[in-house]
Each structure stands twice: as C-alpha cells, then as structure tokens.
Design a protein around this ligand. Structure first.
Ligand code: SAM
Ligand code: SF4
Length: 471
C-alpha cells in the first residue's frame, strides 16, 4: 500500500527547493503526497530560523500533533531544515513525540532514516557539524549539497524551477543565523548546474531561478578556468527551451560590472536584481557587519542604473536592529526614497540566539517602535512602487503566464475565461483574463491599470485583416 506523506514548508526559496527534492526522493520510495496531516502517516516540517516567528509557527504546529501521535503512535513526525540544525535535541525535549530531526546538509538521508524508524530503531537525528567543530574541510563536508531528483509536481508551476548554485554563507552579518545553520559558502560545479538546467529545459521548464545566499559571489574553478556568475549566465543563455533566467540574492559588494553587462546583454537573463541594503545608516550597517557603507551602496545602485537602465531593483531592510535610533531610521527612509526600488521586503529585527548580534548587542528597540517603523517604511515604499508602475499603463509587456490568479473566476456564460497571473521579465506581477491553455506560455499583455503590487492588463491578440482582395 502506498505510504502517505504530508509536508509543510516555511521560509525562503531554498527551502521550497529542498522540499521539492525530499518529496522526489520519497515518491521514489513509494510515497504519495496528501493535503492534510490527518491523512498522512509521515508528516514533515521543513523549517526556517531567520526570525523567531517562523520557529514559533512550527512549534505550535508540532503542539497540535501531540494528540494525533497519541491516537496513532505509528505516525512519523519529522522536523527538517534550519530549525533542525539550530535546535537539534531541543526539539525532542520540547516535542518528545517527534521521530526525526534532519539538518539541511543531511536531507538525502531521509528515506533511509524513515525506514529505520519504521523498523523500530527509535527516534533519529542527523545534523551537520557546528561551524567551530572542525576544520573548514570537515565542516564543508558535513553540509552536503543536495540536488539529485526533481519533482515538477512540487514546484510552484511545472515550467518554473529553482536551481541551487551555492550553499551556505561566510558573511556572518551579526543579526543572521544563516551561516550557522546552512554552513560554509560553497559554489556548485558549473557543469552540474548546466546539466540540471538542460534537463529541466528538456522537461519543459521555461524559467529557472538560480539560488544562493550571495549569488553574485559565485566562483567555481574547473578545467583551468574560473567560472563567475556572468560566465554561468552566458552558458545558460545557450540552452534551448529556456526563456528566462533569474538569480537571487545578491550581495551589494559583489555586484561586479561583468555581471551587470551580462544582465544587460543576455536576452534571457531577467533585468531584475534583488540586492538587500538592510539599512541606510553607516553606524547600523557597521554594527550589522554588512561590509559596505551607504555610499558604497549608492555607488553600486548608480552603476546598475547606468549599465542596466531597464533593471528593476528590489531590497530588504531590517528595522529596529540594536541601537537603531530615529536618526538612523531617517537615513533608511532617505535611502528608500531616493533608490526607487520596485519593492522592498521589510522585517522587524528578531534576535537570533547563536549570532554575534544576540551575544554582543542588546535587542533594545521596543516592539511597538519596530512595528511603527515597519509600517512607515512600507507605506513609503508602496507609494513609490505605485508611482513607478503608472508609466507602464498603456504599454505592452511580455508575461510568462503562471496560472489562475488568487481571485480566479469562471464566467457563468459558458465561456472558459479565467483570471490569470503572470510576471514580466523584470518580475512585475500582471493579472489579466485568459484561458487555461495559456498557462506556461509567454504572452503580450497591454496594461490598462496598476497599483503598488500589480499591473492589470488584456492579452494582445494577433490581429488578422481586414484583407482586401482584388477581383
Ligand atoms: N542572503 C541574503 C542577503 O544577504 O540579503 C538574505 C538572507 S535572509 C534569509 C533574508 C532576509 O531576512 C535578509 O535580507 C534580512 O533582511 C532578513 N533577516 C535576516 N536575519 C534577520 C533577523 N534576525 N531579523 C529580522 N530579519 C532578518
Ligand atoms: Fe545572512 Fe548576511 Fe549571509 Fe545574507 S549575507 S545569509 S544576511 S549572513
């Protein structure tokens, strides 16, 4: 009998990709996916540790399963990913009915570990070495990259896929848990990435998004040459069937001119750059150990605007980091006002045990102040996004159709008109009426309205005639 798997994923695109790969390996082992924990005999949570809120969500989901486990002791409950690496045995202590704890570097072992549990071996835990628990080589090895099987059914759409090009991070920004839970920075060999992209294209994938914590720091030495991200993009451009190539997340200091030229010159590479600034104050950037000043960031942005004028740039900001005064926050507002990002993700600082931030700098900005600044900065950014979307009204954009929109509706008159959603080359969301056959295609859409987040349009149909026949 097929075994039933339920998996819940929180966090970033890296986690979505990890879940896709875990599901592919478990399908191979005879599992089918189900939509609720109640129907499943194996329940997995792929977790995030970047902010406390993401962890709280998982601990409360685990709490809700306590009775299910009592009722059916054969149910296997597993915690995967960053929280598994960070909390390790603490998870068994807080939720003693958990059977499985697997860090991001051991995901390939899951089918085997589940089998062991099923055979009565008791709870299993596999995690990587702590960042100070060995030589660099030993620690790198304990964080194995995991990129074997793909499972289109687990992707947002079958024609879009994430491809990992780097794992880990060595920047150690003082607020951030990622270097501890994802391990040392390691670039995947270019040949592996190209082979995976070719396979995805052959399976009908039209858009790939390359993933790395600092994707523009990509370096891989092979066959007597060093591959940088710009080299990789040039090689990916040649793959038949691929139409769009995106990459996230960029580190401001590593935004080199060769990369900007590649984005401008290679037609398949999306003119879309996510380059988090985090703060507009030099004092705070230094405390965050970001490795650049606000002047450096401005200079980088000016280079982007000059070399890739068509690019949409997006950013992340943390409000209320330790010591972040109203003056510092005003400088962040200034940076947001002048940079005209397409959009910004704004986060309230969340202290992470195990980071330098937690041990050295007090979490001294009140929660209500963080909340107020978050709302204020978001309102400023949203007004800019709305303003900058207005010039698109009346223009035609090329959209990769992703699927039905959230408010998809079927018209009652027997037609099959469906509200669809897609994205432009520079990652703007477009909503328009179409039909299911258009999903996965590139279409021209004429824009007639826009708000901060969305463009609204109509599909441009090829117009035939009127033709004039000579008699
Ligand atoms: N590697 C990427 C970079 O350097 O921009 C992003 C990694 S992190 C998963 C995504 C975003 O979460 C960061 O850009 C930062 O704004 C935010 N973040 C990270 N740690 C945080 C913390 N302790 N509290 C609040 N936000 C945090
Ligand atoms: Fe975290 Fe900084 Fe690395 Fe990004 S660059 S993952 S924010 S440590």
């Amino acid at each position: 009998m097929a075994k039933q798997l339920y998996i819940e994923t929180v966090g970033c695109q890296m986690n979505m990709l990890d879940s896709e790969l875990v599901v592919a390996s478990l399908r191979k082992a005879g599992y089918t996916l189900v939509e609720t924990p109640a129907k499943a005999d194996t329940i997995l949570f792929n977790t995030c540790s970047v902010r406390q809120h993401a962890e709280d969500k998982i601990y409360s989901a685990l709490g809700r399963l306590k009775h299910a486990k009592k009722h059916n002791p054969n149910k296997i409950i597993g915690v995967l990913g960053c929280m598994a690496q960070k909390d390790q045995r603490l998870i068994f202590e807080r939720a003693p009915y958990v059977d499985l704890i697997v860090g991001p570097g051991q995901l390939h072992q899951i089918p085997e570990l589940i089998e062991k549990i099923g055979a009565g071996a008791g709870p299993q835990m596999e995690v990587s070495l702590d960042r100070k628990a060995g030589t660099r080589g030993e620690i790198e090895q304990s964080f194995e990259s995991y990129d074997p099987l793909r499972d289109p059914a687990m992707r947002p759409t079958p024609f879009q896929a994430f491809v990992r090009i780097m794992i880990g991070c060595d920047k150690f920004c003082t607020y951030c848990i990622v270097p501890s839970v994802r391990g040392p920075e390691q670039s995947r060999p270019a040949a592996h990435i190209l082979a995976e992209a070719r396979q995805l294209a052959e399976e009908g994938c039209r858009e790939i998004t390359l993933l790395g914590q600092t994707v523009d720091s990509y370096r891989n030495a092979a066959d007597g040459r060093t591959w940088r991200l710009s080299d990789l993009l040039a090689a990916l451009q040649e793959i038949e069937g691929l139409e769009r190539i995106k990459f996230v997340t960029n580190y401001p200091k590593d935004m080199t001119d060769d990369l900007l030229s590649a984005v401008h010159e290679l037609g398949k590479v999306s003119p879309y750059l996510h380059v988090p600034a985090q703060s507009g104050s030099n004092r705070i950037l230094q405390r965050m150990k970001r490795g650049y000043t606000v002047e450096d960031y401005r200079e980088m942005l000016a280079r982007i605007r000059e070399r890739v004028p068509e690019a949409a740039v997006t950013s992340d900001f943390i409000v209320g980091f330790s010591g972040d005064t109203e003056e510092d926050f005003d400088q962040t507002i200034d940076l947001v006002r002048e940079s005209r990002f397409k959009n910004s993700f704004i986060f309230k600082y969340s202290e992470r045990p195990g980071t330098k931030g937690a041990s050295v700098y007090p979490d001294d900005v009140a929660q209500d102040v963080k909340k107020r600044r978050n709302n204020e900065l978001l309102a400023i950014q949203n007004a800019i996004s709305e303003e900058d979307n207005q010039p698109l009204i009346g223009r035609q954009v090329e959209v990769l159709v992703e699927g039905p929109s959230k408010n998809a509706r079927r018209q009652a008159d027997g037609g099959d008109v469906l509200q669809l959603v897609g994205r432009t080359h520079c990652d703007r969301i477009v909503v328009f009426d179409g039909n299911a056959r258009q999903i996965g295609r590139l279409l021209d859409v004429a824009i007639y309205d826009a708000n901060s987040f969305t463009l609204f349009g109509s599909v441009v149909t090829a117009h035939v005639g009127p033709e004039v026949y000579r008699l």
